[in-house]
Design a protein around this ligand. Structure first.
Ligand SMILES: [Mn+2]
Length: 351
């Protein structure tokens, strides 16, 4: 299918900023892929700024080439970008101020069980719950219009609503998570819906068959035990992947091992800190080590080549440089990851 607006695109011309990913001209109606930004990082514990991620990614995307080596004439399939919601962003800024005080209180020796901070904690936990419900409703409506969804965070707490909505649309599915962290805590710093607890909530959703976590290199003892106790959880830690590589086990074979743990329908949760920090120096919780850019994308490509279907994805934790607004590096990388995930998702659909 060739869309009408496709005629407006000269893939050799420059892209012009219009609020859309790559400056594409597609309306929501004529698009097959929708980027859904969630400017939210209320409970971010370390570096803040991922709420600015979606806008920074959209801004940086205009310098990308619309061509994709893996998907011919990809600019014709229709990518639409929902504008980052201003009310959500404003609410986030308010909640972040409150969360900052709670985190500071704990850093000064208090605990998250202390009575005096319960009212504030409740305000934030309610706001996070409302955010999850909003994401669920918005993405459900888009999925019902048969759109392929790519959610752009925000911190890693934000895609829970989308993952819930995808169950209604597709039934049982598995998750490929690329991340430095396992995000399996029950809560973090008293915040129920934290970037550090997202996957704990996800595995409690009905019909999540597998959770395959790749690139992990920073996790707690409790998370190790949670993973060990749950047969659906598979760990490919950064240490193990590198150790095998050093011993001569090639990446192609490691990718096949990872892909073999996944069912036919796969959701990708891509936390940019799964990559080496050189690709995301301003992300909230950077950890040395991690996947190379092409290594990560090759894994996704292998997933598609295996015949499995990507039913949706999120890209989270991309943060622009807070000290230099001209530094687009993190967003540049983020835009390339998001575009590649979207295009490979499209390529993976059964014909
Ligand atoms: Mn994460």
């Amino acid at each position: 299918m060739t869309l009408l607006s496709a005629d407006l695109i000269d893939p050799d011309d420059i892209s012009r900023p219009n609020g859309q990913f790559l400056g594409f001209p597609y309306s929501l109606e004529e698009s097959q892929i929708v980027f859904f930004p969630v400017p939210w990082d209320a409970t971010t514990s370390y570096g803040a700024g991922t709420a600015q991620g979606p806008q920074a990614i959209i801004d940086a995307s205009v310098q990308l080439e619309p061509t994709d080596f893996h998907v011919p004439q990809v600019w014709k399939i229709g990518h639409h970008t929902i504008a980052p919601n201003e009310k959500i962003r404003a609410k986030n800024d308010k909640m972040r101020q409150l969360a900052k005080q709670i985190i500071a209180y704990q850093e000064a020796g208090g605990t998250c069980q202390d009575k005096q901070i319960q009212p504030d904690l409740e305000v934030i936990n309610n706001a996070s719950e409302n955010l999850n419900q909003w994401v669920y409703e918005q993405t459900s409506a888009l999925l019902q219009q048969n759109k392929l969804m790519g959610l752009i965070g925000g911190d890693h707490s934000v895609p829970l609503g989308l993952m819930k909505a995808l169950i209604n649309q597709y039934g049982e599915y598995g998750i490929l998570q690329i991340d430095a962290h396992a995000d399996l805590r029950k809560a973090y710093e008293g915040f129920t819906y934290s970037h550090a607890s997202i996957m704990n909530h996800v595995i409690q959703l009905p019909r999540i068959s597998n959770l395959v976590q790749v690139g992990l290199r920073d996790f707690s003892q409790g998370e190790i035990e949670t993973a060990k106790a749950d047969k659906r959880i598979f760990w490919f830690t950064d240490w193990k992947l590198k150790e095998k590589a050093y011993q001569g086990y090639i990446w192609q074979d490691q990718c096949q091992d990872i892909v073999a743990c996944l069912p036919n329908q796969v959701y990708i949760s891509f936390d940019v800190d799964g990559l080496s920090p050189e690709f995301c120096p301003n992300t909230g919780t950077p950890v040395p080590g991690g996947l190379d850019f092409n290594q990560a994308l090759y894994l996704i490509e292998m997933l598609v080549k295996s015949g499995k279907q990507i039913i949706g994805f999120d890209l989270c934790e991309v943060s622009p440089n807070p000290n230099n607004s001209n530094d687009e590096w993190d967003a540049n990388v983020g835009a390339r990851v998001a575009y590649k995930l979207a295009n490979l998702m499209f390529a993976s659909q059964p014909s």
